[in-house]
Design a protein around this ligand. Structure first.
Ligand SMILES: [Mg+2]
Length: 255
């Protein structure tokens, strides 16, 4: 019986190359093709959000397909391969681990006997090259991605197969609407990583932070930004983390 801990990737463990490198390059290529300005990133994100609203949690992360669709709408005959751009830009310091002690923390969890899995909404072809370059890949026993399992967060079906091989001890992530919600719906500890935690709240025990009024207000604002269609005030219980961490190492005190 394995004891699993699942992790989100983007914003939790690593910085991917999409925001700073891939989207700007794609936008430059499209604008050059059109010979006029065009907000490609905004258009792609709009399509992503529309698909998420329709609960198409796999298609919403298929950036190559969304780009092909957009190029078709724009009548542009451009060959842009986002998977290839990920490979091109997956070099440090364009991509990086969000804390220096992340690999050491994963190693300690492994030595405590936990099996580690990634539960990310990014397709495998976009995430694995980044994980490999950052030295993350070798620490994980499973990498769960939406195109492999047929759904993405916040759908709890994402970890269904994993649960057949053991118990889930905790899920760690940086989004309330995806990560905290997923863990809470599964009835497992929701480890919310929030690196901007105010100094005063860092002094509180890890399990008491989420009940603090100052932190509840932070979460209400964050949830509004993450998903404007949700009712964020008052913060619904599904989005209240059981544990709030300001650095990943604190996870070692919780499991
Ligand atoms: Mg994330």
């Amino acid at each position: 019986m394995k004891r699993w801990i699942t992790f989100d990737l983007d914003g939790t463990l690593m910085q991917n190359p999409f925001g700073k490198w891939i989207f700007p390059e794609v936008e430059a290529l499209v604008c050059a093709g059109l010979s006029e300005p065009y907000e490609v990133r905004k258009a792609l994100v709009r399509e992503h959000e529309a698909r998420m609203d329709r609960n198409e949690t796999v298609a919403a992360y298929d950036w190559d397909e969304m780009l092909r669709q957009l190029l078709g709408q724009l009548n542009l005959k451009l060959e842009i391969d986002i998977e290839q751009l990920v490979l091109k830009h997956s070099i440090q310091p364009k991509i990086y681990l969000l804390e220096d002690s992340i690999l050491a923390t994963l190693e300690k969890l492994k030595s405590k006997g936990y099996s580690l899995a990634v539960a990310t909404n990014g397709f495998y072809k976009y995430q694995y090259p980044v994980m490999k370059e950052l030295g993350l890949a070798e620490w994980f026993d499973e990498i769960i991605t939406p195109e492999k399992v047929g759904c993405g967060k916040p759908n709890i079906g994402m970890v269904r197969e994993l649960l057949q091989t053991g118990e889930l001890v905790a899920h760690v992530g940086d989004r309330l609407d995806h990560d905290v919600y997923l863990a809470n719906r599964l009835g497992v500890p929701s480890m919310f990583i929030y690196r901007d935690l105010p100094e005063a709240l860092r002094k509180l025990p890890i399990e008491q932070r989420s009940a603090d009024p100052e932190f509840i207000a932070i979460c209400e604002n964050k949830l509004k930004v993450e998903n404007p269609s949700l009712t964020a005030v008052p913060l619904p219980p599904d989005y209240v983390a059981t544990h709030v961490l300001y650095r990943l190492e604190e996870l070692l005190e919780c499991v």
